[in-house]
Unconditional design. Structure first.
Length: 417
């Protein structure tokens, strides 16, 4: 006897219904199984491992993903305790990292050891605000000029329209950028503990309607005109910030450099200037004057339910070093760290546990304090990774670490053959 699930699988395989229509035929968990079985038949591939990881798919439906067939698993490691001297993150924290890159967690752990023995990482948030950049078109530059004059005089009217859609957010400012007869408006919002992209998009759409109603000739082309800039590297994010602009620093003593990191301040500083600054400039980098911010950012993002595509701009930034006597001063600047502790994937079970590990799950008191605390912890972890890699390069240890931790027994066996 053919079960209802078998019947729906058959409908999908025969093209009678689409994958997205399965949700209307069955409950969340059954729909996941049906889609997976259909895709197995259509692709001729077993998806047993993807299907073996379990969760309550009703939490995902309509919120985190569509056409769900199961889950993928990424190993989650932990580094710490990491001593952070922030305004909100003050103390020691264990930091979860989801990665498949051998040696990454171990390298950050070594950097943390040096930071802790140097008194911890001092961290400060310099700017905080999520942006959305709608594009408007006008008939002439004369109209553009009048609009630029009109805009600040009508800010409260625009703000009021945006605020009607916001529960915990706030529109803080609008900056215009002109290109011919086009005007790009960079809206900046305080989004509390949420990363806030959906929040600011909805608010900006309402604000744009108020602009079109209030200024004759203003025509919205797109609510996102890339001046935001979302999920793309851009100089505007590097210069003006997007999300949180965070700086973390530490002064590493000479003895620590020699005994833990096996190098000297002079050698580490030379690697930073040659690799991160001269090398990046010669390669044509505009916003990435660092060794590997993306490694730490991506691993923490995956573990804590952040928007993975925003690793692009969140990993933009600069590593600065100075020789102070025989000691090494090192600071990292994350120009546009886009994170949240509510919304998106942060409420999923494993991601929520990862945030709870750092005492930042959910909304903070006051609102916004948890996301800022998380930003301080992330910056300190990025600093640890950057410190270790510069020193490993200076000591010529990078290949050895990856040989030992990134290739494992398969590498050892091959070496003996």
């Amino acid at each position: 006897m053919v079960s209802k699930k078998d019947d729906v699988v058959k409908k999908v395989v025969e093209g009678k219904i689409g994958l997205h229509q399965v949700d209307a035929e069955a409950g969340p968990d059954d729909a996941v199984e049906i889609r997976r079985r259909a895709v197995e038949k259509l692709s001729g591939t077993s998806l047993a491992n993807i299907g073996s990881a379990r969760m309550d798919y009703s939490m995902v439906k309509g919120r985190n993903a569509e056409n769900v067939i199961g889950m993928t698993s990424i190993p989650v490691g932990v580094v710490g305790p990491l001593k952070v001297n922030g305004l909100l993150a003050a103390g020691e924290f264990y930091v979860p990292m989801a990665t498949t890159e051998g040696a990454l967690i171990a390298s950050i752990a070594r950097g943390i050891k040096a930071i802790n023995m140097s008194g911890g990482a001092t961290v400060r948030i310099i700017k905080d605000g999520m942006t959305r950049g709608p594009a408007f078109s006008f008939d002439s530059v004369e109209a553009v000029g009048r609009f630029i004059e009109w805009l600040p005089n009508n800010f409260e009217r625009i703000r009021k329209a945006a605020q009607q859609t916001l529960k915990h957010g706030r529109l803080d400012g609008i900056t215009p950028y002109v290109l011919g007869n086009n005007v790009f408006l960079r809206f900046r919002y305080d989004t509390g503990d949420a990363m806030g992209m959906n929040m600011v998009t909805i608010a900006t759409e309402a604000a744009c309607s108020a602009i079109e109603e209030g200024f004759e000739g203003a025509r919205l082309v797109a609510v996102s005109g890339n001046m935001c800039s979302d999920k793309k590297q851009s100089l505007v994010n590097s210069l003006d910030g997007r999300g949180k602009t965070v700086v973390a620093e530490v002064l590493v003593k000479d003895a620590m450099l020699r005994d833990v990191l096996h190098t000297s301040a002079g050698k580490a500083n030379e690697v930073n200037l040659t690799k991160n600054w001269a090398g990046s400039a010669r390669a044509g980098s505009a916003t990435q004057f660092n060794a590997h911010f993306a490694n730490s950012i991506a691993a923490i993002f995956a573990a804590t339910g952040q928007d993975l595509a925003q690793v692009v701009e969140s990993s933009s930034g600069y590593t600065w070093t100075e020789i102070r006597g025989r000691d090494l001063y090192i600071a990292i600047t994350l120009t546009s760290l886009e994170i949240g502790t509510v919304g998106g994937g942060t409420g999923l079970p494993t991601q929520k546990e990862a945030l709870s590990m750092m005492k930042v799950a959910g909304s903070g008191n006051p609102v916004g304090s948890n996301s800022r605390k998380l930003a301080e912890i992330i910056a300190a972890a990025v600093l640890a990774g950057e410190l270790n890699l510069l020193c490993a390069l200076a000591a010529r240890d990078l290949g050895k670490a990856h040989q030992k931790l990134g290739r494992g027994k398969a590498w050892e066996s091959a070496g003996k053959a």
